[in-house]
Structures are given as structure tokens and as C-alpha cells.
Write a protein that binds this ligand. Structure first.
Ligand SMILES: Nc1nc2c(c(=O)[nH]1)N[C@H]1C(S)=C(S)[C@@H](COP(=O)(O)OP(=O)(O)OC[C@H]3O[C@@H](n4cnc5c(=O)[nH]c(N)nc54)[C@H](O)[C@@H]3O)O[C@H]1N2
Ligand SMILES: Nc1nc2c(c(=O)[nH]1)N[C@H]1C(S)=C(S)[C@@H](COP(=O)(O)OP(=O)(O)OC[C@H]3O[C@@H](n4cnc5c(=O)[nH]c(N)nc54)[C@H](O)[C@@H]3O)O[C@H]1N2
Ligand SMILES: [Mo]
Length: 641
């Protein structure tokens, strides 16, 4: 998000006041200069208090809200028609018989099977769109966006409609009144927000964890991106901009992985469009592979600092999965509950004990131009080595030295930096970093390739695919549609009586994820795990502010201290994950990762039912209940960590 130039900032499931202060600072400055701010969050957290519109959405129902906003914008004509016609697949015709996009070879035997078809409203004829050329033969302003037509195909008449007609009717079904019933956000607030998004363009938006941990995350994020496409703000100044990167040599080695190895990625069969496509695996798929041998038994695991059992849903299953491995190596700074399960623990240096090269800092053009080689501030302790040193040493011993500069880290850095024009020696001499002049280019999709065709987007149609044939072909809805979160009281009426509340979670200001509870200065500020709860909800359960409570889900219970939050919906509570570590210095206890006295939120959450496209786990919209804990908790003693 180009916050410095945005007319309107939209934060959706993102609280930079906790998670990314540089974004929060820029946003406050933007608001001061008159930018509008929209925050979508079940909690009135951070900048929500300063927002023009704070939309208090019920956890996991964000798709409905995005569809309703899009409906208002389409209905009022508040959308960037030029962008939608020219750069999205909105005008391309969709066949009502198959749901697929109409191809030119359906119109005549000589038609190109790779060309799509739009309807020319001026000429009254179908016109082909060849993605290889990237332009139509008629001006885009002639194309129909609405309505349905009988199109004569080689196999008879087929009713076809422009993709945008289908988008519009899908959104119409979730008008503000319908969305209010689903999300809890008043229809009037939806109308007013749609107006702001349109009138205060360009819109810069950001989403993060609030939307990542749901059973319907993919469609949710698609719905928001669809809304964003309507604003036409993509890659314009003040919108979401692909800032130019300092030129470097690629070092990922993606080309070294042969296709037959890629095909073995755990999860690629179940979710071919998901993370496995990019050589990532989900925790759920790793645990299933290790425990059930599906798709094959994972036997070995090398883990650089992921606290798997604490960070993923179903911690006990995570422990079983890691225990089932033949060989498990974990590299970390601390003996966390995951490291405890490893055969070998490799001690790593902290960021302050090793050199770190960072090329570009993402958040703005200025930040992107900075290259820094941060020097170690203190020498490493004991046998600790940096992650890179460990990787390079392992690779060399495995006979892969030729791909790792024979273990020479400096040589690797030099290679990476070469196109930047900056040398390693210059960086070592200037630890504050060196700026490489870069200039931001906007609307790069409209630039021309060497062959004269427009660059467009990296999709089959080279357009923003509002209507996704790729998803359709994989058995998913081609347009974003609302699905109730699969673990909520509404989707699980069988559980709703015992577990009437919705549990979500958020990051802690003081700690990063499962870390840092051992740091006295931080732990003093946040000594115990907290559960945010509405005072009325607490009162009905005999809970006073600061009481220890038992948070129950169908899978068990964990403890936390009640913290009252009057701005919460009375049906929603918000927990914190990551509590296990003790702080010996100020004598504050640790908490068992498993068992009845645990404070580990992920012990009582599950990895499924996960998002069918991405595999995202439903950690943020779970049925739960809260009761008062009457007995003093028996806590683990502070250990030396
Ligand atoms: N201090 C600190 N900073 C961090 C981290 C940390 O642990 N501590 N972690 C880092 C990491 S790894 C990440 S990924 C980022 C994440 O950064 P953020 O995305 O900002 O993290 P969260 O606070 O988890 O979630 C953001 C907001 O989403 C809201 N939310 C919860 N459920 C829903 C929902 O269903 N819909 C919507 N719209 N909102 C919802 C929460 O109330 C919260 O205010 O932060 C990074 N920065
Ligand atoms: N319920 C619930 N679960 C969540 C989340 C949530 O919001 N709610 N958030 C999710 C998110 S967004 C994320 S990113 C994950 C985070 O989960 P993890 O990836 O496990 O992240 P951390 O707990 O920050 O760090 C794990 C370990 O890394 C070690 N470490 C720190 N620095 C280094 C280093 O330089 N090298 C090495 N090798 N190790 C290091 C730390 O000591 C720590 O033990 O958790 C996820 N789990
Ligand atoms: Mo994260």
C-alpha cells in the first residue's frame, strides 16, 4: 500500500499499530493530511478508533461484507469502468451451459480455441479476444458488461453473459441488508463505506492475519480483491503499488528443483492451487504425511525456527507427528516445545550476533531503495552459528557446494549484490546502509512488451480474472461466494448450545508469536495470557475483570485471564496464542503446551476443516464457551529459559 499518497486507506483484518508500526505511523500521517481510513475488524483495535468507518464484522464473514460493498459500487456505477473493461475479464462471455468462458472456436470451426469472446454492443456482434495479442479489434468502450444473449455456436444457441453480469448478480444476492444479517455490520455503514471507497480514491489496502486463518480464506480474499479491482487503484500512485526493487541476482535456486521432485510436494495433489505449487507445505499436510503416510510417510524434517506444535492448530497431533519422524533436526535460539522433540538441536545466533543482508524494505519507494548489511553487535555465544552458516555448511557436506559458492557466504552475497552496483565492502563500511536510486513505475500492466503487446497480468487471459475458470476447473466457485465459517455457531448448530461464543485471536503488542515471554521487560507489561471478553458476557458467567477463566472448545480447554473489552460484540471473544515460556528473572511461570493447565490456544483449535484452495486453518472463527476457573491454576515452575 502506497500509504504516503493514498486518498483512502483500507485495513482489513490488519492492525499495524501492533504488528507493523511503520504502517501505523504512515497511516496516522496520511489521516492528518486528509486521507480517509476504513478498518474492518471485529475489535475496535489500533487505528479502528481513528477510522472514518470501522466495520465490526463477525469473524470469518468478511466475504459477505466485501460482496455487499461491491454490490453498492456496481449498483451506483461507482466503479472504474475503464479499468474494468480494459484490464479485467469482466466483458468476456461466460457460457450458461458449462460455466466456462466462451471460446472463438465455438463460434466457427475456424475460430481460435485460445481466443475468448466479448459482445460488441455497437456492432451487435461477438468479437474475439486473443490473449496473445492482448487487445480486441474494437474499442473496449463498445463491449457489453451486462445482460445475457443467445449466441449462435457450432452446436446450437447458447445463452452467454459477460462475466461482469455474473459478478453483479452474485453481489446483488448479498446486498447490504443481507450482509447485515450475516456480518452484523449495519447496512447504512456498508453504503457509506462504499461511497468513501469511491470518492476518496486512490485506495491503498492491506490485509493480513485477520483473513488468513479461516476455512474460507481464499474466497474471502478474492472478494476483497474483486472489490479492489472496482476501484481501479491497482498500481496507481496512492494505490497498491509494486515498488521497484533494487536489481539483484536471484538466489532461490528454483531452477535446481526438477519437475519430478516438485510433483512430490506434500499437499500438491489435494490442493494443486495451494502453497505446494510454490514449494510450500501446510502444517496440516506435514502432520498428516508423518502420521498417516498420506501421500507418503515423511521421515525426516529439518526445521529452522518454526515452533510447529505451538503455532499450528491441534498441538497434541503436532507433537505426535514430530515424534513419529525418524529424524528431526531443529535450529533455534531456545529450547521451545518443538525443539524438545528434535533428535538434534542446532543453536543459532540471534539477529544481533550475525551479519544480515537486507535488500529493500518494501513499505515505500524510499524504504525499497535501502540496502543494508547489518553488522553483528555482539559475538555469538557457545557453538551458535547463523542459519545461513548452517545451511551453507550442510550443503557443502552433502556435496552440493557448487550451488552454495563452496560454502563461502561472502561470495554468495557478492553474487546476489552484483547487479545492484553496490559492493559488499562498501556495505560493511557503511552499516547504516546505502541507497540505490530507484524510480517507481505505475500501471506496469499497461506497459508494452518487446513485441508490442500490452504486458497485462500473469493469467491465461492476461487480465484480472474476476471470473476464474482456473478455480472452476478445479471444482471451486469461479466467483467469490460467501460460505459460513465451517466451525462457527451458525454452521454448527449441534455445538452452538454448549459453545455459543465465537473465538478469534490477535497478535500481542509485546511478543512476537510464541516468543519473548522470557524477556523480563516485556513480560512485566504482559505477564499472563489474556482473553478479551465483553463485560456483559462475563457478568452472565459470574466472571469479573482479571479472573482466571477456562476457555472451552469441543476439543478441550485452556486458561487465560479475563480482560474486559466493551467494544467487542458480546458473542465474540479474542484470545492470544503462543504462551508456554517462563520468565525466571521475574519469577513468572511457563505453561504446559498440552494438558488441562495449558494456556496454549492452539491446543483447543484444529487444522481442519481447512480452506479447500489454500489449506488455511480455521483458527479465527471457532465455537467456544468461557467459564470462571474456581481453582488456582497449578502452573509449571519457571525454568531456566
Ligand atoms: N507485536 C507483534 N508484531 C507482529 C507479530 C507479533 O506476534 N507481535 N507477528 C508478525 C506476524 S508473523 C504477522 S503474520 C503479522 C500479522 O499482523 P496482523 O494481521 O495485524 O495481526 P493480528 O493482530 O493477528 O490480526 C489483525 C486483526 O485481525 C482481527 N481479526 C480477527 N479475526 C478477524 C476476522 O475474522 N475478520 C477480520 N476482518 N479481522 C479479524 C483482529 O482483531 C486483529 O485486530 O504481525 C507481525 N507483527
Ligand atoms: N492460534 C493462532 N495460531 C497462530 C497464529 C495466530 O494468530 N493464532 N499466527 C500464525 C502466524 S501468522 C505465524 S507467522 C506463526 C508463527 O509461528 P512460528 O513460525 O513458530 O514463529 P515464532 O513463534 O515467532 O518463532 C519460532 C521460533 O523461532 C526462533 N527464532 C527466532 N529467531 C530465529 C532465527 O534467526 N533463526 C532461527 N533458526 N530461529 C529463530 C524462536 O526462538 C522461536 O522458538 O504462528 C501461526 N499460529
Ligand atoms: Mo505470520
Amino acid at each position: 500500500p502506497d500509504l504516503d499518497h493514498a486518498g483512502c486507506i483500507l485495513f482489513w483484518g490488519y492492525n499495524p499499530s501492533v504488528s507493523r508500526l511503520v504502517h501505523a505511523t504512515s497511516t496516522v500521517a496520511a489521516v492528518r493530511r486528509g486521507a480517509r481510513l476504513v478498518v474492518v475488524d471485529p475489535r475496535r483495535a489500533g487505528l479502528a478508533g481513528r477510522a472514518d468507518h470501522w466495520l465490526q464484522v463477525r469473524p470469518g464473514t468478511d466475504t459477505a461484507l466485501a460482496l455487499a460493498l461491491a454490490h453498492v459500487m456496481i449498483d451506483r456505477g461507482w466503479f472504474d469502468e475503464g479499468f474494468v473493461r480494459r484490464w479485467t475479464n469482466a466483458p468476456l462471455l461466460v457460457r450458461s451451459d458449462t460455466g466456462r468462458l466462451l471460446r472463438a472456436d465455438a463460434l466457427s470451426p475456424s475460430g481460435d480455441p485460445d481466443s475468448f469472446v466479448a459482445w460488441d454492443d455497437v456492432g451487435g456482434v461477438p468479437v474475439p479476444y486473443d490473449p496473445a495479442v492482448g487487445r480486441l479489434v474494437v474499442d473496449e468502450s463498445h463491449l457489453a458488461l451486462f445482460g445475457a444473449r443467445e449466441i449462435a455456436t457450432t452446436s446450437g444457441a447458447v445463452t452467454c453473459a459477460p462475466a461482469f453480469e455474473l459478478v453483479a448478480s452474485q453481489c446483488r444476492a448479498m446486498d447490504p441488508a443481507a450482509a447485515e444479517a450475516v456480518t452484523g455490520v449495519p447496512a447504512s455503514a456498508i453504503e457509506a463505506t462504499a461511497r468513501t471507497l469511491w470518492e476518496a480514491r486512490p485506495v491503498a489496502f492491506y490485509t493480513w492475519s485477520g483473513l488468513e486463518q479461516h476455512s474460507n480464506t481464499t474466497q474471502m480474499v478474492r472478494a476483497i480483491n474483486q472489490l479492489y479491482a472496482l476501484t481501479g487503484s491497482f498500481d496507481v500512485r496512492g494505490g497498491n503499488v509494486g515498488f521497484t526493487a533494487v536489481p539483484t541476482n536471484p538466489i532461490e535456486g528454483a531452477e535446481l528443483l526438477p519437475a519430478e521432485q516438485r510433483a512430490k510436494a506434500v499437499g500438491v495433489v489435494r490442493r494443486p492451487l495451494g502453497p505446494a505449487r510454490f514449494e510450500f507445505v501446510t502444517g496440516e499436510d506435514v502432520f498428516t504425511a508423518a502420521l498417516d503416510g498420506d501421500p507418503y510417510r515423511v521421515r525426516g524434517f529439518v526445521n529452522f525456527g518454526a515452533n510447529m506444535v505451538m503455532a499450528h492448530g491441534d498441538s497434541a497431533r503436532g507433537r505426535d507427528a514430530l515424534t513419529a519422524l525418524d529424524f528431526f533436526v531443529h535450529a533455534d535460539l531456545f529450547m521451545n516445545p518443538t525443539a524438545e522433540l528434535a533428535d538434534i538441536v542446532l543453536p543459532v545466533t540471534s539477529a544481533f550476533e550475525a551479519e544480515g543482508l537486507k535488500i529493500g524494505f518494501e513499505v515505500s519507494e524510499e524504504a525499497q531503495s535501502l540496502v543494508q548489511l547489518r553488522r553483528p553487535l555482539v559475538p555469538p555465544r557457545g557453538e551458535a552459528r547463523s542459519d545461513l552458516q548452517i545451511v551453507f555448511a550442510l550443503a557443502t557436506r552433502l556435496g552440493l557446494g557448487e550451488h552454495f559458492w563452496d560454502g563461502d557466504l561472502d561470495a554468495a552475497f557478492r553474487h546476489q549484490l552484483e547487479p545492484s552496483g553496490i559492493t559488499l565492502d562498501q556495505l560493511r563500511a557503511q552499516p547504516a546502509g546505502i541507497r540505490v536510486p530507484i524510480s517507481t513505475r505505475h500501471r506496469k500492466y499497461a506497459e508494452t512488451n518487446g513485441d508490442g503487446t500490452p504486458r497485462g497480468f500473469r493469467t491465461a487471459s492476461r487480465k484480472v480474472e474476476l471470473y476464474s475458470e482456473v478455480l472452476l476447473d478445479h471444482g471451486h466457485p469461479p466467483l467469490p461466494e460467501f460460505e459460513e465459517p465451517l466451525t462457527s455457531p451458525r454452521s454448527r448448530p449441534d455445538l452452538a448450545e454448549r459453545f455459543p461464543l465465537v473465538l478469534t485471536c490477535a497478535k500481542s503488542l509485546h511478543f512476537c508469536e510464541t516468543q519473548h515471554r522470557n524477556v523480563a521487560s516485556l513480560r512485566r507489561a504482559a505477564p499472563e495470557p489474556q482473553l478479551e471478553i465483553h463485560p456483559g458476557t462475563a457478568d452472565a458467567r459470574g466472571i469479573a475483570a482479571g479472573d482466571w477463566v477456562r476457555l472451552e472448545t469441543p476439543y478441550g480447554s485452556v486458561r487465560a485471564r479475563a480482560r474486559f473489552n466493551t467494544s467487542l460484540d458480546p458473542h465474540v471473544v479474542c484470545g492470544q496464542h503462543g504462551w508456554w515460556q517462563a520468565c525466571a528473572e521475574i519469577d513468572l511461570p511457563g505453561y504446559a503446551p498440552y494438558g488441562p493447565d495449558s494456556a496454549n490456544l492452539n491446543l483447543v483449535l484444529r487444522q481442519g476443516p481447512s480452506d479447500p484452495v489454500s489449506g488455511s486453518s480455521p483458527l479465527r472463527a471457532s465455537v467456544c464457551n468461557v467459564t470462571r476457573l474456581h481453582t488456582a491454576p497449578a502452573l509449571a515452575q519457571p525454568s531456566g529459559m
